[in-house]
Write a protein that binds this ligand. Sequence first.
Ligand SMILES: Cc1ncc(COP(=O)(O)O)c(C=O)c1O
Length: 503
Amino acid sequence: MRITVNRNADTPIYLQIKNQLRDMIFSGVLPVDFLLPPERSLARELGVNRSTVIKAYQELKADGLADSHVGKGTVVLPQTARVPAAPDRYINPLPWYQLFTESIMASHDTIISDIMARTGRDVISFAGGIPAPSLYPVAVLEEIQAELFRTAGQELFLHSPVEGCYPLRESIGQLLRQRQIVAAAKDIVVLSGSQQGLDFAARIFIRPGDTVIVEEPTFFGAIQIFRSAGARVIGVPIDKDGLRTDVLEALLVRHKPKFIYTLPTFQNPSGISLSLQRRYELLDLAYQHQLPILEDDPYGELYYDTTPVPSLKALDRHGYVIYLSTFSKALFLGLRVGWVTAPPQVLTKFAHLKQMTDLHVNTPAQLLLDAFIRRGHYERHVARLRQEYAGRRNAMLKALDKYKVPGIGWNKPAGGYYIWCRLPDNIVRHKLVANAAKRGVVFLPGEAFYPDGTQGDTHIRLNYTFTEPEQIDNGIKYLLQAVKETACANYEEECQHTLKPLV
Ligand SMILES: Cc1ncc(COP(=O)(O)O)c(C=O)c1O
């Protein structure tokens, strides 16, 4: 029996002795009826007072682990609570699903993680919404980071305010000015990507059973988040001018939604922008119906033809718009930095949720970004992206035209990341996915972008920013071969079906 005492520990010595004896009893090292050493001899062995050992033994007895009898000494008692030795006793598996909340059970869509997993080396991926890796401004960031590590001292490693580092919020304010949005540092909360902003908006506004209006199609991540908060997600169709405000009006009366979620500029997935006229109509409807607008704007600064019309936030004169944006699309996703600007009452709630969820965005990322923006690198980088991505968009449009098959159609987006491509009639989507994957091409099927999941099988979303221009041509060639193969197989199946003899 080996007991050690640590005189520098906070735990009193009698408790150290008692705890070690207790552990030896529970683990079976000291069996039932084991005679513990007499108090005097254990005290001598450990170099402690006899009263310390007496106290340790008293504690053991109080816990029902030992007992003493005059003339017999202190012995170990049988333990009813001890883990039974039988190693192969059958334990029922834990029914995890019975323990989950309804909201997590409602959300089993793995589309985002699937896309993230699908962007491997040996596939041509048009699936993700990822910036071009070859354009990451690695050298400049490396330089700034090395300098920060040399000069920032403790500031780099300390926590930052819940709302985000003040200088970064100032820099974001400057960026917003170029988007015609007036927001000071105090009007901004830095978030772990705009995805976190969507989650917080859901937590702030949605009670189970509430309705949220979204464009149809819209960003699947938002559908997933709103739905898992218990919302009924209702879609408003879009046309070439964006969200159909004429349809929206009737829906507002019927459903009394909690808010409308919209991507007015270079929408994901359609690439379409809401016209200026419709922006005013949407704001008017919001004012009439006291409807908050959640504007998500990850792509607005990536325009390839003319400057886009002002954001809803820039046009909003009455504080109805909550505006989310991110650095994920102009820099890189792994940074996980986005932000929200909103009326003060709402912004306080975002800050409170930030504090409860993860305190703040990591400090080195914030300081790195701030220096990158202040030194003018961000503006130059975005200007370069506009040129590069316009080239990639044009390469994809050219390839679509070159390899087009009957029944296929697409739009020409004026900015952003995506081409929304219409398929020939009656293409069986899962067959197309398989036929394209066989040729090493992946894309996103349209259904993911519709809240009711029954529409969208007529479209696919093609991202043109991630794949290198020389691969875009090949990828589209293989994809359209797959479309042709799937359409022909369909056609043959249909023919066989109609030729079947009637019985
Ligand atoms: C419309 C939209 N909102 C939000 C996000 C999430 O962006 P972040 O990486 O900033 O969380 C994306 C990403 O694809 C998006 O397309």
